[in-house]
Design a protein around this ligand. Sequence first.
Ligand code: HEM
Length: 241
Amino acid sequence: MIRERRAESPEAAPQDLLQSMIAAVDSEGDGAGLSEREMRDQLVTLFLAGHETTSHALTWTFYLLSQNPSAERALHEELDRVLGRGREARLPTFEDLPQLPYTEMVLKESMRIYPPVYLLARRAAEDVEIGGYVIPKGSELVLWVYLTHHDARWFPEPEAFRPERFTPEAEASLPKNAYVPFGAGPRACIGKTFAMIEARLLLATIAQSFRLEHAEGHRVAMNPRVTLNPKHGMKMVARAR
Ligand code: HEM
């Protein structure tokens, strides 16, 4: 695909991610572009980092909504009020997002309970002391996003699904880094803004037309692999609203 695209004239080619990579040059360095191999690696990273994470976030969100009818009702109420109901309804767009704060709160609370990236790994670049522990250079460290998100000091009754934890005021009162679904610091998620736009639009689009009910008898368990996925998949029954 990279080769085919390179053969096309830049004016005729679609203005997408691949085209940006083909056009990119290292203006601060040697002025060269990306090699085929570099482009492929970057694209694979973006696919892997950007696909499973967002899809698991949505899977867990619909499961949590199915278990929390009052939050589900509040979400539906917001969607119906902003986007209309039944025949009057229109699909949500980017411009609607500021009017859908509860939709965003639902997603944030879902990624607190089930953070798709549930741990972060680091290697100490130098000797360092953290919280009284001496960490020698070269040590491998694991930061447990999952445990931080389930710490009752910041999130009382941590297993309870409460989107209200993420009103702007409540969120602002959280200690720094108590909530890190997208990591933190210089290596934080590069796709965070895109992911939040995509996930809110998907949640709003699906939930405005359907309720997803947890299929009776289907077992739900966490499977902590590269991302936190549902071990047995997630069987849901879609019901038109
Ligand atoms: C709900 C969705 C997502 C979640 C929960 C998520 C989470 C994360 C986290 C926690 C990190 C930091 C890893 C670390 O510090 O070791 C990260 C990095 C990254 N994410 Fe995401 N991500 C999501 C969506 C996306 C999307 C949509 C893209 C791309 C379109 C993306 C691309 C990346 C890339 C390239 C990195 C590596 C950044 C670097 O090392 O400088 N992610 N993501």
